[in-house]
Design a binder for this molecule. Sequence first.
Ligand SMILES: NC(=O)c1ccc[n+]([C@@H]2O[C@H](COP(=O)([O-])OP(=O)(O)OC[C@H]3O[C@@H](n4cnc5c(N)ncnc54)[C@H](OP(=O)(O)O)[C@@H]3O)[C@@H](O)[C@H]2O)c1
Length: 270
Amino acid sequence: MNAPALLITGATGPLAEPVVRVLADRGHRLLLTGRNAEKLAELDQRYGSPGVIETFQVDAAQPDGAQQAAARAAERFDGLGGLVHLIGRFGFGPVMLTDIAVYDELIMSNFRSAVVATQAVLPHLTEGGRLVYFSTPLAVEPLAALSAYSAAKAALTTWVRSMAHEVKRRGIHANVVSMTIADTPKMRAERPGLDLDHTVDPALVARAVGFLTSPESDGLYGSVVPVLGKFSYSSVLAGGPPPGVGGPPPGAHTAAARPAAAAPAQAGAR
Ligand SMILES: NC(=O)c1ccc[n+]([C@@H]2O[C@H](COP(=O)([O-])OP(=O)(O)OC[C@H]3O[C@@H](n4cnc5c(N)ncnc54)[C@H](OP(=O)(O)O)[C@@H]3O)[C@@H](O)[C@H]2O)c1
C-alpha cells in the first residue's frame, strides 16, 4: 500500500530537499508548492515524476492558493493524507528599529500561513492524517532583538497545540518540530560567525518529519518535538561550563573566525 500523499507548502527553502528525500524514500506521493518558479523547476528536474512527485507554483500562504494546492494534491493523488508546512521567514532587529511591516510579515509567514494552509487541507484528511509545522526554541525562550520572529513562532506553536486537540478527535495528528539553525551552505555563507556546535543537520530534521508523518508517531497529538542537535543555551554570566564538561566551549567550531566576545546563545538559536 502507498504511504499517504502529502502536500508540502513552502518547498523552495533549504529544508525542503532533505524532507522531500526522506518522504520520497518512504513512498509518499508529494505535491511541492512555492512561489519561486526557478527553484520549483530545479526540484521538478531532480525529483519530479508525474503522479508521484509533482510541483505546483502557488502562494499557499494565501487562502485561494492554499485551497488550490490542497485540491490539486487530492485530485492528482486521489486523496490527501497530510501537510508539511515549511512556509516561514526569519527576521531580527531591536523593537525600536523594526518597522511594523516586518512584524506583519513575520506573523503572516510564520503563523497566519499555517492557519490558511491547515484550513485548506483539513477537509481532505481522514483518520491517521498528519500535520507538521516548524518552530524554534525561541518560541519559549526568546532572546533580545528577536521579538517579532519569536512571537510569531510562539503564536504558531500555541495555535498548533490548541488545534491538535480539535483534530485528534478525528484521528488526525498535528505536531511541531522545534529546531535551531540548520547547518546549510547558504547559512554558512551568510553567517560566517555561525557556531556550528549549536546548529542542526537538516537531514536530522527531515528524519523527524519522516517520523511525524508515519505510524511510528501514532501516540503524538499536539507535541512539540525538539530537534536541536547539540544546541544548548549557555550563560555568559556563569562563564560557560567547566573545562571538559559539555563539550568544547561555544564558539570553538565556527564557520569562520569570529570575535570571542560574540554571544553564543544568540548565534545558535533561530
Ligand atoms: N532553516 C533554519 O535554520 C530554521 C530554523 C528554525 C525554524 N525554521 C523553520 O523551518 C521552516 C523551513 O525552513 P527554511 O529554512 O526552509 O525556510 P525559508 O527558506 O526561510 O522559507 C521556506 C519557505 O517559506 C516561503 N515563504 C516565506 N515567506 C513567505 C510568504 N510571506 N508567503 C509565502 N511563502 C513564504 C519561502 O518562499 P519564497 O522563497 O518564495 O519566499 C519558502 O518556500 C520555516 O518555517 C522556518 O521558519 C528554519
